[in-house]
Write a protein that binds this ligand. Structure first.
Ligand SMILES: Cc1cc2nc3c(=O)[nH]c(=O)nc-3n(C[C@H](O)[C@H](O)[C@H](O)COP(=O)(O)O)c2cc1C
Length: 202
């Protein structure tokens, strides 16, 4: 990698189409090692990672996510042909991703409080930390000349994702991170100017 940090941050982008070849195992391990250096509440590292590479596992995950989404799209009142089109595209994105990492929230090591407010704050901290871990993974992937994306499907259907992958009950799947080699440059969304983002500085 011969890119400075700020260039890396700006050129990282959500990739949705990958070449069929798989990245080497060492690269995936490096990406997960980068996640482990993320900040976390009390240093407890409340995340675990599931790597999905076998075609039959990807298919099971894709089908489970699609079926859960079918239910939600029908609830939204979409017509059957639009639903089928969207499900087909979503399934394709999962099965054609060379490697998928599923970051899971793991709450067992967090502090316990007698009141629900502090317990909820503790869980929120863990989720914030999971986001940091995922960002480290995305940046690491791009630093290794790989490409990566982010799909939220498991967050909306955690039970379906857990069942498809045979995950333990204490693993809460939060996202689906496809990783591979770039096939198609995505369109980027413009960023808000700093004057919009900084709401107070005094
Ligand atoms: C929590 C979260 C969930 C996301 N879920 C999806 C998703 O389900 N499908 C998708 O195509 N992109 C998803 N994205 C990617 C965003 O669409 C993307 O980050 C945004 O459009 C900005 O583009 P960029 O990442 O290329 O800068 C998600 C991003 C985040 C942070």
């Amino acid at each position: 990698m011969d890119m400075d940090f700020f260039t890396l941050v700006q050129t990282r982008r959500t990739v949705r189409a990958f070449r069929p070849d798989s990245p080497p195992r060492e690269a995936i391990e490096q990406i997960i090692a980068a996640a482990s250096w993320a900040p976390s509440p009390h240093g407890r590292q409340p995340w675990r990672f599931v790597v999905v590479e076998a075609p039959e596992r990807k298919l099971a995950l894709a089908n489970a996510m699609a079926e859960a989404w079918r239910y939600h799209l029908a609830l939204d009142g979409l017509d059957p042909s639009t639903i089928e089109y969207r499900l087909c595209r979503s399934r394709e994105r999962v099965v054609t991703a060379p490697v998928i990492i599923i970051p899971c929230l793991y709450l067992n090591d967090l502090d316990r409080y007698p009141d629900p407010e502090r317990q909820a704050a503790e869980t929120t901290m863990a989720i914030q930390s999971l986001g940091c871990a995922v960002q480290n993974m995305l940046l690491a992937a791009f630093a290794l000349d790989l490409a990566a994306g982010w799909m939220c499907a498991p967050l909306f259907a955690p039970a379906a994702a857990r069942a498809a992958l045979g995950l333990a009950e204490d693993l809460h799947p939060h996202a689906l991170i496809p990783i591979g080699y770039l096939a198609q440059e995505p369109k980027r969304r413009p960023r808000r100017p700093l004057s919009d983002l900084i709401v107070q500085w005094q």
